[in-house]
Design a protein around this ligand. Structure first.
Ligand code: GUN
Length: 287
């Protein structure tokens, strides 16, 4: 039977560490502050933004939620970022992705003060990750995946790892973390143009799925005894649910789980880790 890696439990451990640090900082008169900016009405983004703000409140962090309409202009979003860059009560700034099409997301990310870029998306923080300079911010989702691997006691050194997906939010930073000194995996980054994906994936001891396609990774992609980290949070229609949908990963869990040594579920795997690592980054920013 595979180990089901419990993201809720590991996230609770991370948040317990954070709670201690927050008490310490507050005793020095510092309350870490996070600003979350939502542009538009993407239903998933609304849920993510609300849960981020709620978690801040639970932990006694200062937070600010700024919601702009789906017609907001680039100048309006930039003005919000500028104001937050200058606000001493705000240590971390996050602009939820993806914004509506009229917004140039890259320009928004570049406008964020890198010292407040708790998403780790600013070029300065991307460079620091590549340079293995720990003074930067590591993107929350891949940082959470690394923490899950550690919590599950997965040895990465010398292992073959494959990251399926090359996004700047997950795929590329995940590959950099896995290959970094201390982790020392041998890393392949696969994507939509990769030939013989199943064959390439079957070489891997560790598979990280971050493609955003429900049930994309199947049994044929997985070597017996591999460790599988499923980053996908896809909404699929489900008339039997009150909401009309259910969440489904990038991995066909039922078909894959029995082949694995360990696997993350969806929901309850990587998802809870992302918020926990965001809180951790916000505390780092406040320090
Ligand atoms: N959209 C999906 N994941 C993320 C994330 O980690 N940060 C931001 N800003 N947007 C996202």
């Amino acid at each position: 039977m595979p180990t089901i890696i419990d993201g809720k439990e590991v996230a609770a451990q991370v948040l317990a560490e954070c709670a201690q640090e927050i008490v310490e900082l507050k005793s020095q008169g510092i309350t870490p502050g996070l600003a979350v900016v939502l542009v538009g009405e993407d239903p998933a983004s609304r849920v993510y933004v609300s849960s981020k703000v709620k978690k801040c409140a639970e932990l006694g962090l200062h937070s600010e939620k700024i919601v702009l309409s789906k017609e907001a202009t680039q100048e309006e979003v930039l003005a919000v970022v500028e104001r937050l860059n200058l606000d001493p009560a705000i240590h971390g700034i996050l602009v939820q992705s993806p914004p509506p099409p009229q917004i140039d997301e890259e320009a928004i990310v570049r406008a964020i003060n890198p010292a407040k870029d708790v998403d780790g998306f600013h070029p300065e923080n991307v460079a620091k990750l590549a340079l293995e300079d720990s003074s930067g911010f590591v993107p929350c989702t891949p940082a959470g995946c690394m923490r899950l691997l550690a919590a599950a006691g997965v040895e990465t050194s010398g292992k073959e790892a494959i990251v399926v997906g090359r996004s700047m939010i997950v795929g590329k930073p995940m590959a950099l973390l896995l290959v970094a000194k201390g982790s020392d995996a041998t890393v392949t980054i696969a994507h939509s143009r990769t030939k013989n994906l199943a064959e390439v994936c079957r070489r891997a001891d560790i598979v990280v799925a971050a493609v955003g396609i429900p049930n994309f990774i199947k049994a044929e992609h997985i070597k017996d005894g591999a460790v599988v980290i499923d980053v996908g949070i896809n909404r699929v229609e489900d008339a039997s649910r009150k909401s009309g949908y259910r969440l489904c990963g990038d991995v066909a869990f039922e078909a894959v789980a029995d082949k694995t040594h360990a696997i993350t579920p969806v929901p309850g795997g990587v998802g809870p880790m992302t918020i926990a690592m965001l809180i951790k980054n916000t505390i780092k920013a406040a320090r």
